[in-house]
Ligand binder design. Structure first.
Ligand SMILES: [Fe+2]
Ligand SMILES: [Fe+2]
Length: 147
């Protein structure tokens, strides 16, 4: 990937895709926190709400970065799959976080090719956050679920 491959418009388009998925993550976690039921309700609800704060910070960064680059940030998120099944919620979360990491790895390479090393570094931090989210969800999926 060279700078010729990544112009500003391409980078902004990619960051807007990331932003739409951050808004999706915020809605997903907030909705699941409210809708989760069963014997694990309290801990899962707290887990989901903790993630909302991280995703909001990612969304804040992306929206500002997009405008700083001269772009227009998206104002809505990707649709969320609603479920009332606690295990399905955590499975959806693990899958969404894994896909998010892949998108950010691509974006980080684009940022480097474009020559924005500050963005590259910031995306690396965000990847670390998303990796923690993914691992937490995967750990929740291990072990027994009795519902
Ligand atoms: Fe995020
Ligand atoms: Fe996340």
């Amino acid at each position: 990937m060279t700078q010729q491959d990544v112009d500003k418009a391409t980078l902004i388009e990619g960051l807007n895709e990331d932003l739409a998925h951050e808004y999706q993550a915020i809605v997903m976690y907030n909705t699941y926190a409210a809708a989760v039921s069963g014997v694990h309700r309290q801990e899962l609800s707290n887990f989901f709400l903790t993630e909302v704060a991280d995703e909001l910070e990612h969304a804040r960064f992306l929206a500002h970065k997009i405008t700083a680059l001269g772009g227009t940030p998206v104002t809505s998120g990707v649709e969320v799959d609603y479920t009332t099944n606690a295990r399905e919620m955590v499975e959806n979360v693990a899958e969404a976080e894994a896909e998010t990491i892949e998108r950010y790895v691509t974006r980080m390479k684009q940022a480097a090719a474009y020559g924005d090393y500050g963005l590259e570094a910031k995306l690396s931090d965000i990847i670390a956050d998303e990796t923690e989210h993914k691992e937490e969800a995967e750990m929740l999926l291990r072990g027994k679920w009795d519902e």
